[in-house]
Design a protein around this ligand. Structure first.
Ligand SMILES: Cc1ncc(COP(=O)(O)O)c(C=O)c1O
Length: 408
């Protein structure tokens, strides 16, 4: 029987209905239990339906569930306090949002308002959200969606992402990129550079920049009065082997955004965090209100999420498991010709086949064999298991995946 479409859900060959999810497992509509290698795309980093987070939300629901945007609930202040304490000194003013798109949109507005400049620089083929502004950061004019809905917001400049490749040494990639970036920034008319912390998590490509990328961006943005907006929607909350991606190179952005793993998927919440100086100089004009931003129940979920990450030092396990996962895949797939390129950091790992559009077949076969995995619908699998995954379950997932890849 063909089901009537009642919700848009056209995601490549990946769609299926879920009926239940717990820890590192997800169940499909037939009741089949799948090992999860997606975390819902970097959302359920602490595992699906974490009981401590659920408990915190229930307690909060009994206290209060809604506060209007012109008031503050103590739990919102507590969350702002804990989040900013976890960040480098200076990042101490939060704006309330319901997710990553909204947080990034707030960041773009803040950067233009603070600098008085109009231009925003981003990278081609990156994802920062669904609004006209956030699409303009990384979506190319030739994309079908852009053709259909254009014009996007004017004033955006896009550079090629300086992805590591076997064809050129990393130092050369970095120095060519720095030259190109400086060429644009030296006109002193760019309000902000928007980027993730050295890896693309939001596109399916898992491209990595050379080590030193974020430092170079930070140095050049500072030199020319441009703000650095760091999108930590995917890299945040232990995914990349540190609590936040900015810790990888010890870079402090002017503005950082969070969502996804911020509440472990338990509630819709996002945040833009900036300095007091930027916040105070812009908040009266940018007017970043959000009717459902930081609802008390969502704050309870985020507070508990942050507490668990810090209490259990989840990033340490993510770093260990990620190294293990990469080494295992490299070893098991090295005989393939051509062997796929495996790259990533922490538990954000790409397996790039380069050609053949193998990903949809791997996704489909994996599901039949008990593994839920996603990718870019073409050549790159993006592996993002819950960071709490038990080693035996991780091994089982790797075994399923390797068997399928070898059989293609
Ligand atoms: C890096 C990145 N930024 C922003 C977003 C947008 O977040 P949201 O879907 O919560 O609006 C995403 C979502 O996939 C993302 O991966």
């Amino acid at each position: 029987m063909i089901k009537k479409k009642i919700i848009f859900n056209d995601f490549c060959e990946w769609t299926f209905d879920t009926t239940r999810a717990e820890g590192s497992f997800i169940w499909d509509e037939t009741g089949r239990k799948l090992i999860d290698f997606t975390s819902g795309w970097n959302v359920t980093n602490l595992g699906w339906n974490h009981p401590e987070i659920t408990e915190a939300m229930i307690l909060q629901a009994k206290r209060s569930s809604y506060v209007p945007m012109w008031t503050l609930d103590p739990i919102q202040e507590k969350l702002a306090e804990e989040l900013t304490k976890a960040l480098p000194v200076g990042l101490n003013t939060c704006s309330r949002a319901t997710g990553g798109t909204e947080a990034n949109e707030e960041a773009l507005k803040t950067a233009r308002a603070y600098t008085g400049r109009k231009k925003i620089l981003g990278f081609k083929d990156t994802y920062h959200g669904q609004s006209f502004g956030t699409l303009a950061i990384g979506y190319l004019p030739e994309y079908e969606v852009v053709k259909a809905i254009s014009p996007l917001v004017p004033g955006f400049i896009q550079l090629d992402y300086p992805a590591i490749s076997s064809r050129e040494p990393q130092e050369k990639i970095l120095s060519d990129f720095s030259t190109q970036l400086e060429e644009v920034l030296k006109n002193e008319d760019v309000a902000a550079v928007v980027t993730e912390a050295g890896i693309i998590t939001g596109w399916g490509s898992t491209l990595m920049a050379p080590s030193g990328f974020l430092t170079a961006v930070r140095n050049l943005t500072k030199k020319y009065g441009t703000l650095l907006i760091l999108d930590e929607v995917g890299t945040g909350f232990s995914r990349c082997g540190k609590l936040f991606g900015m810790e990888i190179e010890g870079v402090v952005p002017d503005i950082v955004t969070f969502a996804k793993g911020f509440s472990n998927g338990a509630a819709a919440i996002g945040a833009m965090v900036t300095t007091t100086e930027i916040g105070e100089r812009t908040c009266n004009v940018t007017n970043l209100t959000s009717t459902f931003g930081w609802m008390p129940i969502a704050c309870a979920a985020s507070l508990k999420t942050l507490e668990i990450h810090q209490r259990d030092k989840v990033w340490e396990k993510a770093a260990r498991d990620g190294d293990y996962l990469q080494a295992s895949l490299r070893e098991e797939l090295k005989e393939l010709s051509p062997a796929p390129t495996i790259r990533g950091i922490g538990m954000e790992i790409g397996v790039d086949f380069g050609q053949g559009r193998l990903v949809p077949r791997i996704v489909t076969e994996s599901r039949k064999n008990g593994l839920h995995v996603v990718g870019d619908c073409e050549n790159n699998l993006q592996i993002m298991p819950p960071l709490t995954i038990e080693r035996a379950v991780l091994d089982e997932g790797i075994e399923i995946l390797v068997k399928i890849i070898r059989s293609l």
